[in-house]
Structure formats: C-alpha cells, structure tokens
Design a protein around this ligand. Structure first.
Ligand code: SF4
Ligand code: SF4
Length: 58
C-alpha cells in the first residue's frame, strides 16, 4: 500500500522527497509532504528518514 503523510506531524524538511527513488513525494502548497499514490512503489525508504515519523503505510 502507498504511504500516507500526517500533515499535522510533517515539518516540511524535505528529507523524504530527496530519498524517494521514483519521485512520488513532493511538498504541497503548505510545505507539507504528500505522496502520489499512482507513482509510489512501496519501498518504504521515506518512512526511515522522516525525523518526526509523519509517514506511515496506508
Ligand atoms: S514508499 Fe518509497 S516509493 Fe513510496 S513515497 Fe516512500 S520512498 Fe517513495
Ligand atoms: S521527511 Fe517527514 S517531516 Fe520531512 S517533509 Fe517528509 S514527511 Fe515531512
């Protein structure tokens, strides 16, 4: 399953955006990460780099 970002926990550091191998993550207009579920390959790399544990599996 694709990952989901808890917007209230995300601090917009961009670490997940940089580590995603397929470019599924980006920062939205509020500076919070969001995952494009049509691109995500469920590698879970982003979960490991998030400093606030804002990313989880759906
Ligand atoms: S699980 Fe992998 S492919 Fe999906 S958003 Fe995270 S880093 Fe990108
Ligand atoms: S790594 Fe975590 S805190 Fe940083 S932008 Fe991604 S979801 Fe937000």
């Amino acid at each position: 399953m694709p990952v989901v970002v808890a917007k209230d926990t995300c601090i917009g550091c961009g670490a997940c955006v940089g580590v995603c191998p397929v470019g599924a993550l980006s920062l939205d207009a509020d500076g919070k990460a969001e995952c494009d579920e049509s691109i995500c390959i469920d590698c879970l790399a982003c979960i490991g780099v998030c400093p606030t544990e804002a990313i989880s599996q759906k």
